[in-house]
Design a protein around this ligand. Sequence first.
Ligand SMILES: Cc1cc2nc3c(=O)[nH]c(=O)nc-3n(C[C@H](O)[C@H](O)[C@H](O)COP(=O)(O)O)c2cc1C
Length: 171
Amino acid sequence: MKSKITPTNIETKLRDNDFIVSKTDSKGIITYCNQIFIEMSGYSEQELIGKQHNIIRHPDMPRAAFHLLWQTIKTGEEFFAYVKNMRKDGGFYWVYANVTARLPVEKNLGYYSVRRKPSQQKIDLLSPIYAEMVAEEKRVGAKDAIAASTEILLAKLDQLGTTYEEFSRDY
Ligand SMILES: Cc1cc2nc3c(=O)[nH]c(=O)nc-3n(C[C@H](O)[C@H](O)[C@H](O)COP(=O)(O)O)c2cc1C
């Protein structure tokens, strides 16, 4: 069970050369985290290892984003995303994440995620879209949440003249 933490508006920013690294098993249970992960999340290594990665899930993140993540990485494809995470003290930090499966994918050995400082421009574009997606997910209820909010994401990116693939490839 996750303990209830009240989110605050206090942001911690990654430094330019920082990388947050974690590894999980096939279910998203954390099996490794680096020092920067510990520093940014505010949890100790002991508190992180063995926990589901949603320990740092922020309520401002739409469910559809994680749905897309799992759908992608399970097939062995790599996934890129801008993610708002919640610290143990309720503060938040944004990351640009690259998540990949340990190979061979058929063996279901687990996943790696490496994150770096995101482009502020992308965060400024995405934040209101994520907010709209979360609102829609609450409005339509669990059964229709993913479909409804994915539609919003794709429509907004289309209005911006881009696709998820293109928008999330920041290199
Ligand atoms: C390698 C890996 C890294 C992940 N990193 C994060 C992360 O940084 N933040 C996050 O909220 N979820 C992360 N997830 C997804 C979580 O496992 C989970 O699906 C998500 O937090 C949604 O949780 P919920 O189903 O309780 O809403 C990661 C999953 C994997 C496999």
